[in-house]
Design a protein around this ligand. Structure first.
Ligand code: NI
Length: 395
Protein backbone atom coordinates (compact mmCIF):
# COMPACT_ATOMS: atom_id res chain seq x y z
CA UNK A 1 0.00 0.00 0.00
CA UNK A 2 1.65 3.19 -1.17
CA UNK A 3 -0.72 5.41 0.77
CA UNK A 4 0.77 4.56 4.11
CA UNK A 5 0.61 8.20 5.17
CA UNK A 6 -2.97 7.26 6.08
CA UNK A 7 -1.54 5.33 9.05
CA UNK A 8 -0.87 8.72 10.69
CA UNK A 9 -4.55 9.52 11.34
CA UNK A 10 -5.08 6.61 13.78
CA UNK A 11 -1.98 7.83 15.68
CA UNK A 12 -3.67 11.12 16.52
CA UNK A 13 -4.54 10.30 20.15
CA UNK A 14 -1.00 9.14 20.78
CA UNK A 15 0.40 12.24 19.07
CA UNK A 16 -1.68 14.49 21.33
CA UNK A 17 -0.31 12.63 24.37
CA UNK A 18 3.25 13.05 23.07
CA UNK A 19 2.76 16.73 22.36
CA UNK A 20 1.39 17.33 25.85
CA UNK A 21 4.23 15.39 27.43
CA UNK A 22 6.78 17.51 25.55
CA UNK A 23 4.83 20.66 26.35
CA UNK A 24 5.15 19.97 30.09
CA UNK A 25 8.97 19.80 29.96
CA UNK A 26 10.19 22.77 27.90
CA UNK A 27 13.96 23.38 27.96
CA UNK A 28 16.25 26.07 26.61
CA UNK A 29 19.16 26.14 24.22
CA UNK A 30 21.49 23.25 23.58
CA UNK A 31 20.94 21.40 26.85
CA UNK A 32 17.57 19.61 26.71
CA UNK A 33 18.04 16.53 28.91
CA UNK A 34 14.38 15.76 29.68
CA UNK A 35 13.25 16.40 26.11
CA UNK A 36 16.07 14.26 24.77
CA UNK A 37 15.25 11.42 27.17
CA UNK A 38 11.57 11.53 26.23
CA UNK A 39 12.29 11.44 22.49
CA UNK A 40 14.80 8.59 22.88
CA UNK A 41 12.37 6.57 25.02
CA UNK A 42 9.66 7.00 22.42
CA UNK A 43 11.95 5.98 19.54
CA UNK A 44 13.20 3.01 21.57
CA UNK A 45 9.63 1.91 22.28
CA UNK A 46 9.01 1.82 18.53
CA UNK A 47 12.33 0.11 17.80
CA UNK A 48 13.66 3.00 15.72
CA UNK A 49 17.49 3.19 15.77
CA UNK A 50 18.83 6.45 17.12
CA UNK A 51 21.59 7.97 19.23
CA UNK A 52 22.27 11.17 21.17
CA UNK A 53 24.40 13.85 19.49
CA UNK A 54 27.82 14.65 20.93
CA UNK A 55 27.80 18.44 21.04
CA UNK A 56 24.34 19.02 22.46
CA UNK A 57 21.08 17.26 23.39
CA UNK A 58 20.02 16.56 19.81
CA UNK A 59 18.79 13.10 18.85
CA UNK A 60 19.75 11.65 15.47
CA UNK A 61 19.16 8.39 13.68
CA UNK A 62 18.80 6.69 10.34
CA UNK A 63 17.15 3.64 8.87
CA UNK A 64 17.24 2.12 5.42
CA UNK A 65 14.45 1.19 3.07
CA UNK A 66 13.94 -2.09 1.26
CA UNK A 67 15.94 -0.90 -1.72
CA UNK A 68 18.96 1.40 -2.00
CA UNK A 69 18.45 4.99 -3.02
CA UNK A 70 18.82 8.57 -1.87
CA UNK A 71 19.07 9.84 1.69
CA UNK A 72 16.51 12.28 3.04
CA UNK A 73 16.96 14.30 6.24
CA UNK A 74 13.86 15.19 8.27
CA UNK A 75 14.44 17.79 10.96
CA UNK A 76 12.39 19.03 13.92
CA UNK A 77 13.61 21.69 16.34
CA UNK A 78 12.56 20.90 19.91
CA UNK A 79 13.80 23.78 22.10
CA UNK A 80 11.60 26.24 24.02
CA UNK A 81 11.61 29.88 25.13
CA UNK A 82 12.28 31.81 28.35
CA UNK A 83 8.62 32.78 28.80
CA UNK A 84 6.32 32.12 31.75
CA UNK A 85 3.31 30.22 30.44
CA UNK A 86 -0.11 31.82 30.97
CA UNK A 87 -2.32 29.43 29.01
CA UNK A 88 -3.83 27.78 32.07
CA UNK A 89 -3.76 24.47 30.17
CA UNK A 90 -3.80 21.28 32.27
CA UNK A 91 -0.55 20.24 30.57
CA UNK A 92 1.13 23.65 30.96
CA UNK A 93 4.88 23.91 31.53
CA UNK A 94 6.26 22.43 34.72
CA UNK A 95 9.48 24.35 34.23
CA UNK A 96 9.29 27.77 35.79
CA UNK A 97 9.87 30.60 33.35
CA UNK A 98 10.20 28.29 30.32
CA UNK A 99 7.51 27.57 27.76
CA UNK A 100 6.96 25.91 24.40
CA UNK A 101 5.64 29.20 23.03
CA UNK A 102 6.68 28.58 19.43
CA UNK A 103 5.14 25.16 18.87
CA UNK A 104 8.39 23.19 18.82
CA UNK A 105 6.65 20.59 21.01
CA UNK A 106 4.43 20.09 17.95
CA UNK A 107 7.48 19.78 15.69
CA UNK A 108 8.96 16.97 17.77
CA UNK A 109 5.57 15.25 17.88
CA UNK A 110 4.91 15.44 14.14
CA UNK A 111 8.35 14.06 13.34
CA UNK A 112 7.98 11.22 15.85
CA UNK A 113 4.64 10.26 14.32
CA UNK A 114 6.10 10.33 10.82
CA UNK A 115 9.07 8.20 11.84
CA UNK A 116 6.83 5.55 13.37
CA UNK A 117 4.88 5.15 10.13
CA UNK A 118 7.96 5.37 7.90
CA UNK A 119 9.80 2.82 10.02
CA UNK A 120 6.83 0.42 9.94
CA UNK A 121 6.80 0.71 6.13
CA UNK A 122 10.55 0.93 5.59
CA UNK A 123 10.52 -2.14 3.35
CA UNK A 124 8.50 -0.08 0.84
CA UNK A 125 11.04 2.78 0.72
CA UNK A 126 13.97 3.16 -1.66
CA UNK A 127 16.80 4.84 0.22
CA UNK A 128 17.52 6.06 3.71
CA UNK A 129 15.57 8.13 6.19
CA UNK A 130 17.77 10.19 8.45
CA UNK A 131 16.23 12.29 11.19
CA UNK A 132 17.26 15.05 13.57
CA UNK A 133 15.59 16.39 16.69
CA UNK A 134 17.54 19.63 16.84
CA UNK A 135 18.33 21.80 19.86
CA UNK A 136 18.73 25.54 20.10
CA UNK A 137 16.86 26.92 17.12
CA UNK A 138 15.77 29.94 19.15
CA UNK A 139 19.26 30.84 20.28
CA UNK A 140 20.97 29.80 17.12
CA UNK A 141 23.59 27.05 17.56
CA UNK A 142 21.53 23.94 16.96
CA UNK A 143 21.84 23.70 13.19
CA UNK A 144 25.55 24.49 13.20
CA UNK A 145 26.17 21.85 15.86
CA UNK A 146 24.35 19.23 13.82
CA UNK A 147 26.18 20.19 10.62
CA UNK A 148 29.52 20.06 12.45
CA UNK A 149 28.66 16.50 13.51
CA UNK A 150 28.03 15.54 9.89
CA UNK A 151 24.24 15.52 9.76
CA UNK A 152 24.33 16.54 6.07
CA UNK A 153 26.88 13.94 4.98
CA UNK A 154 25.46 11.93 2.06
CA UNK A 155 22.13 13.78 2.37
CA UNK A 156 20.31 14.51 -0.91
CA UNK A 157 17.46 16.62 0.44
CA UNK A 158 16.37 18.17 3.71
CA UNK A 159 12.86 18.94 4.92
CA UNK A 160 11.40 20.61 7.97
CA UNK A 161 8.36 22.61 8.96
CA UNK A 162 6.91 25.15 11.34
CA UNK A 163 3.56 24.75 13.06
CA UNK A 164 1.27 27.43 14.44
CA UNK A 165 -0.07 30.83 13.49
CA UNK A 166 3.34 31.92 12.26
CA UNK A 167 2.10 33.07 8.85
CA UNK A 168 -0.80 34.91 10.44
CA UNK A 169 -4.09 34.01 12.11
CA UNK A 170 -6.09 34.09 8.87
CA UNK A 171 -4.61 30.96 7.30
CA UNK A 172 -7.03 28.25 8.48
CA UNK A 173 -5.78 25.47 10.72
CA UNK A 174 -4.77 22.42 8.73
CA UNK A 175 -3.49 24.42 5.77
CA UNK A 176 -0.06 23.40 4.48
CA UNK A 177 2.06 26.18 2.96
CA UNK A 178 4.96 25.17 0.72
CA UNK A 179 6.47 27.94 -1.36
CA UNK A 180 9.39 28.14 -3.70
CA UNK A 181 12.02 30.77 -2.82
CA UNK A 182 12.41 32.73 0.39
CA UNK A 183 9.84 32.00 3.09
CA UNK A 184 11.67 33.43 6.11
CA UNK A 185 14.09 36.31 6.49
CA UNK A 186 17.77 36.49 7.25
CA UNK A 187 18.50 37.66 10.77
CA UNK A 188 21.47 39.20 12.53
CA UNK A 189 21.91 40.56 16.04
CA UNK A 190 23.89 43.68 16.78
CA UNK A 191 25.24 45.27 19.93
CA UNK A 192 26.31 48.92 19.90
CA UNK A 193 28.34 50.26 22.80
CA UNK A 194 28.19 54.03 23.06
CA UNK A 195 31.03 55.50 25.10
CA UNK A 196 30.67 59.00 26.47
CA UNK A 197 31.93 60.54 29.69
CA UNK A 198 29.98 60.34 32.89
CA UNK A 199 29.22 63.37 35.03
CA UNK A 200 26.51 64.89 37.22
CA UNK A 201 23.17 65.34 35.45
CA UNK A 202 23.10 69.01 36.39
CA UNK A 203 26.29 69.79 34.45
CA UNK A 204 26.09 67.89 31.13
CA UNK A 205 28.69 70.23 29.60
CA UNK A 206 31.31 68.57 31.83
CA UNK A 207 30.74 65.18 30.26
CA UNK A 208 29.61 63.50 27.06
CA UNK A 209 26.10 62.10 27.35
CA UNK A 210 25.85 58.58 25.84
CA UNK A 211 22.11 58.41 26.60
CA UNK A 212 21.41 61.30 24.27
CA UNK A 213 23.76 59.85 21.62
CA UNK A 214 22.08 56.45 21.89
CA UNK A 215 18.70 58.09 21.29
CA UNK A 216 20.06 59.72 18.13
CA UNK A 217 21.43 56.38 16.94
CA UNK A 218 18.08 54.63 17.44
CA UNK A 219 16.32 57.22 15.27
CA UNK A 220 19.11 57.33 12.67
CA UNK A 221 19.00 53.56 12.21
CA UNK A 222 15.40 53.84 10.99
CA UNK A 223 16.51 56.29 8.28
CA UNK A 224 18.56 53.41 6.94
CA UNK A 225 15.37 51.50 6.17
CA UNK A 226 13.27 54.42 4.96
CA UNK A 227 15.98 56.25 2.94
CA UNK A 228 18.53 53.69 1.83
CA UNK A 229 16.68 50.43 1.20
CA UNK A 230 14.39 50.31 -1.84
CA UNK A 231 10.73 50.28 -0.83
CA UNK A 232 9.88 46.86 -2.38
CA UNK A 233 12.78 45.28 -0.48
CA UNK A 234 11.65 44.06 2.91
CA UNK A 235 14.07 44.93 5.70
CA UNK A 236 13.72 45.67 9.39
CA UNK A 237 16.02 47.17 12.02
CA UNK A 238 14.73 46.94 15.58
CA UNK A 239 16.51 48.06 18.73
CA UNK A 240 14.99 45.90 21.43
CA UNK A 241 17.23 46.75 24.36
CA UNK A 242 18.82 49.94 25.65
CA UNK A 243 20.84 49.63 28.82
CA UNK A 244 22.72 52.39 30.59
CA UNK A 245 22.79 54.51 33.70
CA UNK A 246 21.95 53.77 37.31
CA UNK A 247 20.62 57.03 38.70
CA UNK A 248 18.12 59.61 37.49
CA UNK A 249 20.52 62.51 37.89
CA UNK A 250 23.79 60.99 36.72
CA UNK A 251 25.08 60.84 33.15
CA UNK A 252 26.66 57.40 32.70
CA UNK A 253 29.90 56.56 30.89
CA UNK A 254 28.35 54.07 28.49
CA UNK A 255 25.06 52.91 27.02
CA UNK A 256 24.49 49.64 25.22
CA UNK A 257 21.98 49.14 22.42
CA UNK A 258 21.03 45.71 21.18
CA UNK A 259 18.84 44.85 18.24
CA UNK A 260 18.07 42.74 15.24
CA UNK A 261 18.23 43.11 11.46
CA UNK A 262 15.88 41.21 9.16
CA UNK A 263 16.08 41.09 5.37
CA UNK A 264 14.81 38.90 2.57
CA UNK A 265 17.54 39.66 0.08
CA UNK A 266 21.13 38.76 0.78
CA UNK A 267 22.46 41.97 -0.77
CA UNK A 268 20.14 44.08 1.38
CA UNK A 269 21.17 42.11 4.44
CA UNK A 270 24.86 42.71 3.72
CA UNK A 271 24.24 46.41 3.05
CA UNK A 272 22.27 47.03 6.26
CA UNK A 273 24.74 45.10 8.37
CA UNK A 274 27.60 47.14 6.89
CA UNK A 275 25.82 50.46 7.43
CA UNK A 276 24.83 49.98 11.10
CA UNK A 277 28.38 50.46 12.46
CA UNK A 278 28.90 53.45 10.15
CA UNK A 279 25.70 55.16 11.30
CA UNK A 280 26.41 54.45 14.95
CA UNK A 281 29.99 55.72 14.69
CA UNK A 282 28.92 58.77 12.66
CA UNK A 283 26.19 59.81 15.09
CA UNK A 284 28.51 59.27 18.03
CA UNK A 285 31.28 61.35 16.43
CA UNK A 286 28.81 64.16 15.79
CA UNK A 287 28.33 64.48 19.55
CA UNK A 288 31.94 63.74 20.63
CA UNK A 289 31.19 60.18 21.74
CA UNK A 290 32.37 56.85 20.38
CA UNK A 291 30.31 53.89 19.21
CA UNK A 292 31.51 50.40 18.64
CA UNK A 293 29.30 47.83 16.90
CA UNK A 294 29.44 44.06 17.07
CA UNK A 295 27.43 41.99 14.60
CA UNK A 296 26.37 38.43 15.41
CA UNK A 297 25.02 36.63 12.33
CA UNK A 298 22.00 34.42 13.17
CA UNK A 299 20.83 32.91 9.90
CA UNK A 300 20.63 33.40 6.16
CA UNK A 301 17.23 33.67 4.44
CA UNK A 302 15.33 30.36 4.32
CA UNK A 303 15.14 29.49 0.62
CA UNK A 304 13.36 26.40 -0.69
CA UNK A 305 14.17 25.23 -4.21
CA UNK A 306 11.31 24.81 -6.68
CA UNK A 307 11.36 21.00 -7.14
CA UNK A 308 11.45 20.41 -3.37
CA UNK A 309 8.63 22.91 -2.71
CA UNK A 310 6.56 21.29 -5.48
CA UNK A 311 7.19 17.87 -3.99
CA UNK A 312 5.95 19.02 -0.58
CA UNK A 313 2.90 20.68 -2.13
CA UNK A 314 2.02 17.47 -4.04
CA UNK A 315 2.42 15.37 -0.89
CA UNK A 316 0.32 17.86 1.09
CA UNK A 317 -2.41 17.86 -1.56
CA UNK A 318 -2.77 14.11 -1.22
CA UNK A 319 -2.98 14.41 2.57
CA UNK A 320 -5.18 17.48 3.14
CA UNK A 321 -6.64 18.15 -0.32
CA UNK A 322 -5.66 20.79 -2.87
CA UNK A 323 -7.95 23.40 -1.32
CA UNK A 324 -5.91 23.28 1.91
CA UNK A 325 -2.50 23.78 0.28
CA UNK A 326 -0.95 27.16 -0.45
CA UNK A 327 2.02 27.47 -2.78
CA UNK A 328 2.33 31.23 -2.66
CA UNK A 329 2.69 33.72 0.17
CA UNK A 330 1.79 37.40 -0.12
CA UNK A 331 5.16 38.11 1.54
CA UNK A 332 7.84 36.10 3.32
CA UNK A 333 7.71 35.87 7.09
CA UNK A 334 10.21 38.25 8.70
CA UNK A 335 11.03 35.73 11.39
CA UNK A 336 14.19 33.71 10.99
CA UNK A 337 15.05 30.02 11.18
CA UNK A 338 18.37 28.27 11.39
CA UNK A 339 16.98 25.72 8.92
CA UNK A 340 18.55 28.18 6.47
CA UNK A 341 21.94 26.60 7.20
CA UNK A 342 20.80 23.24 5.84
CA UNK A 343 19.22 24.81 2.76
CA UNK A 344 22.43 26.70 2.04
CA UNK A 345 24.13 23.34 1.57
CA UNK A 346 21.41 20.98 0.31
CA UNK A 347 18.21 21.21 -1.72
CA UNK A 348 15.05 21.04 0.32
CA UNK A 349 11.94 22.78 1.54
CA UNK A 350 10.83 24.43 4.74
CA UNK A 351 7.04 24.34 4.91
CA UNK A 352 4.33 25.51 7.28
CA UNK A 353 1.49 23.69 9.03
CA UNK A 354 -1.11 26.23 10.15
CA UNK A 355 -2.59 25.52 13.57
CA UNK A 356 -4.47 28.81 13.89
CA UNK A 357 -8.04 28.11 14.88
CA UNK A 358 -10.08 31.05 16.20
CA UNK A 359 -12.63 28.70 17.79
CA UNK A 360 -9.90 27.09 19.87
CA UNK A 361 -8.08 30.33 20.67
CA UNK A 362 -4.91 29.23 18.88
CA UNK A 363 -4.41 32.42 16.87
CA UNK A 364 -2.23 34.01 19.55
CA UNK A 365 1.12 35.13 18.09
CA UNK A 366 4.21 32.99 18.57
CA UNK A 367 6.52 33.79 21.51
CA UNK A 368 3.47 34.87 23.53
CA UNK A 369 2.69 33.52 27.02
CA UNK A 370 -0.76 32.40 25.83
CA UNK A 371 0.43 30.71 22.62
CA UNK A 372 -1.16 27.35 21.82
CA UNK A 373 -1.69 25.12 18.78
CA UNK A 374 -4.71 23.36 17.35
CA UNK A 375 -3.71 19.76 18.04
CA UNK A 376 -5.99 18.48 15.25
CA UNK A 377 -3.20 19.21 12.77
CA UNK A 378 -0.59 16.97 14.39
CA UNK A 379 -1.33 13.82 12.37
CA UNK A 380 -1.54 15.89 9.18
CA UNK A 381 1.97 17.23 9.72
CA UNK A 382 3.19 13.69 10.30
CA UNK A 383 1.40 12.48 7.18
CA UNK A 384 2.95 15.20 5.01
CA UNK A 385 6.41 14.19 6.24
CA UNK A 386 5.62 10.55 5.46
CA UNK A 387 4.26 11.21 2.00
CA UNK A 388 6.99 13.64 0.92
CA UNK A 389 9.59 11.14 2.13
CA UNK A 390 7.99 8.29 0.20
CA UNK A 391 7.96 10.33 -3.00
CA UNK A 392 11.45 11.75 -2.48
CA UNK A 393 12.87 8.26 -2.05
CA UNK A 394 11.16 7.02 -5.21
CA UNK A 395 12.62 9.63 -7.52
NI1 NI B 1 9.83 28.49 16.09
Amino acid sequence: MAEFWKDCAPLQEELIAIRRALHRIPELGEHLPETQAYIMETLARWGIPHHPAKRDSAVVGEFSGGKPGKTILLRADVDALPITEETGLPFASRHKGIMHACGHDGHGTMLLGALKVLFDHRAELCGNVRFLFQTSEESGNGAQNAIAEGILDRVDGVFGCHIGSILGPTIPSGTIVATEGCCMAAADRFVITVRGKGCHGSTPEKGIDPVSVAAHIVIALQELISREVAAPQAAVVTVGRITGGNAYNVIPDTVELEGTVRAIDKGVRDYVVERIPQIAAGEAALFRAQAETQIFPFAAPVISDAPSAELVARAAERVVGKEHVMTRLPAPNMGAEDFAYYLEQRPGCYFFVSAANPEKGTCVPHHNARFDIDEDVLWKGSAVFVELTREFLLS
